[in-house]
Design a protein around this ligand. Structure first.
Ligand SMILES: [Zn+2]
Ligand SMILES: [Zn+2]
Length: 154
């Protein structure tokens, strides 16, 4: 018996969502495709992209661009920031208190439509920092840098 196109679409969307749910590593589309492909061998990368886009539109997941020009996907939809390890590249969710709000009104005046705004903190993750402590003292530690990113649509 053949499954109707609607049913198949729902199933694909479910599998794409499941492949990302509970994953805090912020994977790229190819990685999600690899996972979904195990369950649905006939699914294409384009379909995975389309389903990711639908999930973003529905507010179930978020897209993340971290300066590497590759979209990452994030099932964490609460407002949060990211820590990027400059050693291993790991992207971690961080929930920082927002004491000061950045004034984004100049963007609106310039015609930008701001959807979200988050902070990206760069440095070394706990694993890499721990590894460094146990090895011989290295050159002067790099200062952690903080960069603010605004995601702009429009
Ligand atoms: Zn690391
Ligand atoms: Zn995140």
């Amino acid at each position: 018996m053949r499954r109707g196109p609607r049913k198949r679409t729902t199933r694909q969307l479910e599998q794409v969502f499941k492949a990302l749910h509970g994953d805090h590593s912020h994977p790229i589309a190819h990685e999600i495709y690899r996972r979904v492909h195990k369950k649905l061998p006939r699914i294409s990368l384009a379909t995975v992209y389309r389903n990711l886009h639908t999930l973003v539109e529905e507010g179930k997941i978020r897209t993340l661009l971290l300066g590497d020009q590759v979209a990452r996907y994030d099932p964490e939809t609460r407002e949060h920031d990211h820590f990027i390890c400059e050693r291993c590249g790991r992207v971690s969710d961080v929930f920082l208190k927002r004491a000061r709000r950045i004034d984004l009104s100049p963007l609106a005046r310039d015609g930008y439509v701001v959807t979200t705004h988050n902070l990206t903190v760069y440095g070394m993750c706990r694993v890499c920092a721990g590894r460094r402590r146990t090895s011989k003292p290295s050159r002067a530690a790099r200062k952690p840098s903080v960069r603010t990113m605004a995601v702009i649509r429009g």
